[in-house]
Write a protein that binds this ligand. Structure first.
Ligand SMILES: [Zn+2]
Length: 405
């Protein structure tokens, strides 16, 4: 029953840390997401009576103060315990007969493991995801290594930013005249942005997708919520029939209709992503969402607006922006009532100049840096309670060692 024993590789970190376990329950399946500070060798197997999915992580310790999450969905309970041999064992108890498998979505050098319970993921084969992630893997590992040097968390928790690369898998998003896929360039920007955030002390990024696979809009929101995100940033590239239209825009959710016709049209198109993937939000979800929205959306829209304005301003310094103001529209993906959320249309992929820009790594990095600057600036003045940002504001450290650039 042994599966997923990783081959030895010199790059494995000597001592990795299990930083977080989160559960993502959905209708017919549940994901248990293990986030490590660095890739670790591991062993996955199933035990019976009661049925348990077990992962042994080689030479991994559990982050200080970390707790196992309460059982949810198909994960009846989760236990974590160090073994005598230095391994860390994660045990997930399941209902009898529940299928379970281990995936490493970012490839074997990724620091994230996912135990899938129940129905298989709607994603295509993991080989696609692994191949897709390979070029970024080295960079990510390096980021993790840099961050470990300044990661002590005793002066407050990290601000978590969920970064959502739009589209994916069978849904390519918009396609440029030179054949550039929106789903590809926005994933590159999202990864760049995540790496930048992870280099910043007191901040941590979570990617909703880290490969070329399909997620429903609800799955994207669920992943952000499971990660207890303080902000949700969805990254896209716009398209219209007129190739002369260019520049980026930033959107937040509107409670009452779209800012203008163009915004409404765009929201309809982005929302239709769920239909392309063969899944749509059911009516019950819509109704539940609208009730939740009425209760608590206003506060987060105003926070979203303030953060979005800073991102738009920062983008304006590195590339063209289409309109000087943040736009509002009814994007489904932004409807997380309690998480300030924005949708960044980085440029018009339908414009040849913008498309060429999106194909350039240095320009994508500049866009990611601009989004980072906007988000960072917002949290600098609006740090969530209990975070390192909030605590350092109250009592500035004598000399904060900065290893990042
Ligand atoms: Zn899009």
């Amino acid at each position: 029953m042994l599966a997923g024993l990783s081959p030895g590789a010199p790059a494995w970190a000597a001592g990795s840390e299990l930083r977080r376990i989160s559960l993502v329950p959905e209708a017919t399946r549940t994901e248990v997401v293990l986030e490590l500070s660095a890739p670790a060798r591991h062993r996955f197997f199933i035990l019976e009576n009661p049925r348990r999915a077990v992962v042994d992580l080689r030479a991994v310790r559990f982050a200080a103060g970390g707790r196992a999450p309460a059982g949810e969905g198909l994960a009846t309970s989760v236990r974590i315990g160090p073994q005598a041999n230095g391994d860390l064992r994660v045990v997930v108890e399941l209902p009898r007969g529940t299928p379970a498998r281990l995936r490493q979505p970012g490839g074997e050098r990724a620091a994230r493991l996912v135990i899938e319970l129940g129905a298989p993921a709607p994603a295509p084969s993991s080989t696609t995801a692994a191949a897709d992630a390979a070029p970024a893997a080295a960079g990510r590992t390096a980021n993790v290594a840099v961050r470990a040097a300044h990661a002590p968390a005793e002066n407050g928790r990290e601000i978590v930013v969920a970064i959502d690369a739009g589209h994916g898998g069978p849904d390519p998003g918009a396609i440029g005249r030179a054949g550039t896929y929106e789903k590809t360039v926005v994933l590159d920007i999202a990864r760049e942005l995540a790496a930048r955030i992870n280099r910043e002390p007191g901040m941590r990024a979570v990617l909703t997708r880290d490969g070329d696979y399909f997620l429903t809009l609800r799955q994207r929101m669920n992943r952000a919520r499971a990660a207890k995100a303080d902000m949700f940033v969805s990254v896209h590239a716009d398209a219209v029939r007129d190739p002369g239209v260019s520049g980026g825009s930033v959107y937040v959710l509107s409670e009452k209709g779209a800012t203008d016709e163009q915004s409404r049209w765009l929201a309809e198109r982005e929302n239709a992503a769920d239909l392309k993937g063969g899944v749509s939000l059911d009516d019950k979800d819509r109704m539940l969402a609208s009730v939740l929205l009425d209760l608590s959306q206003s506060a987060s829209i105003s926070a979203s607006m303030q953060a979005a304005e800073r991102v738009l301003r920062a983008m304006g310094r590195v590339s063209e922006v289409r309109k000087p103001a943040v736009q509002q529209a009814g994007f489904v993906v932004l409807k997380s009532p309690d998480i300030p959320s924005m949708l960044v249309e980085t440029a018009f992929i339908s414009n040849p100049g913008d498309e060429q820009m999106l194909r350039r790594e240095d320009r994508r990095r500049a866009l990611a840096e601009a989004i980072f600057r906007g988000v960072h600036s917002y949290f600098g003045t609006h740090p969530p309670e209990g975070t390192r940002f909030a605590n350092e504001r109250k009592s500035p450290p004598v000399a904060a060692a900065r290893i990042d650039r």
